[in-house]
Design a protein around this ligand. Sequence first.
Ligand SMILES: [Zn+2]
Length: 521
Amino acid sequence: MIAFYNAVLRGSENTAMLVDDGRIVLCSTDEEILKQVSKTDETVDLKGQYVISGFCDSHMHLLELGFFLSGIQMHGCKCFADVKALIEKRLQQKDQWIIGRGFNEQLFTDRCIPERKLLDEISKDVPICLTRSCGHLMCVNSKALELAGIDENTEVEGGSIDLTRGILYENAAVHMHEAWPKPDVSQLKRYIELGMKECNRYGITTVGSDDFLSVTADYEKVLDAFEQMSYQQKLTVRVTEQCEFSSLKDYADFLDSGYTMDVGNDLFRIGPLKLVCDGSLGARTARMAKPYKDDPKNKGVMLYTKKQMEDFTDMAHHFNTGVICHCIGDGALDEVLQIFAERTLPDNPLKDGIVHCQIMRADQLEKISAMKLVSYFQSLFIDSDAKILTDRVSSELAGTCYPYRYLNEHTIACNGSDAPVEIPDVMKGIQLAVLRKTMDGTAEMNQDECLTADQALDSYTLNGAKALSIDADNGALKTGYHADFAVLDRNPETCRKEELSECHIVMTVMNGDTVYQRGLD
Ligand SMILES: [Zn+2]
């Protein structure tokens, strides 16, 4: 047994917890808890610090996060020269491929997109692939195009290729993924480990993760890696897999082999089917009902036909499995809401849901609320999207976009990072949900839709557990629940709103084990 005492426990008058075999077996006063332990038991003095149930990042890509952490990370780049410097440094390591993620030219001082010509100037012999932060656009050099066999005859369904500029949109990137060196199961496990470490640093102990079509096209290997790690008790975050498939036949085989929703264990379990229905706002590929304000001929793209989405949804529902749809534009959302209107069961027991919840109209919000769809949102996006939202859509529409307060009142509203799209910094996400202002304060979104700190903390804990249907023993500090929690160096319930992102994680405990300790990483 371990006694954690002298703490401020979120949502409780108690100050101490007794942990045994991965569970909280008692919450009480310091006195009571310390009375229960024997001399051989461990005691941990939390020095009056704030303790919250381990955070749940309800939608991310854990494997891809680890994969990109092993490559070049461009999240901090401020201009093309920064990108170039990172690539040149990597070239010295003699990697077979230079793979990077996270640039956002909208935030560059020179607004310079790393096109083919620029990348060719850096290297003609080593293939370079740089994925934009949103994940919906990839810039490549000539060598990468050559190795992937991409030329003017290459066809793409649900995407496009700008050969001259070396830009691959949406599904076109799949051609590149197929050319990358194939990771084996042990390599995949290493990526998962890297991704988990990053999660634990930010106090995350549970994720809804979409991994089957990223990094490798071979989902069976990914499944193998996760299952092996769960049996060997090597997972330091609990994973609910949001199963993404591009072929109906593959998904049918998967379901037929018994992989329906909820199959698995406490560490790794099968979640809903995930459908990526459209693109992103940053890449202007999100499917809009009306053309983009700053690109009047463009309405973005739909990545599936209506018939495909119907067939996928029917198949999942037939196997008692829910469906969650990536919809960023209101045009994509219109189609998905039609499909759910005819299929989602009363009270939505399978937890069908909408992932991202960005460009939304008032009439759509009413439908989402009536159907009780789960809303998976990512307040971290506000930091970049607040700067472009009113360039892309009318100011009237902008008023109902990213509507967190509405969603929180009417649906199970859970937060997440969509990592590696964003670094999974939970407390930054909480500040953005509360202030709805960019971190530099230069842009903001509709202030009527701000969450309170308490609501934002729920969006990363209890609501995530509810969305993933694991709230019977996850998402709160209660007797009988998993001993998953984060210790913070400030109290987010009492600090100033502008300081929320400065509440740092001191320690993360998962299943009773310390998986992160500040200063030791
Ligand atoms: Zn995603």
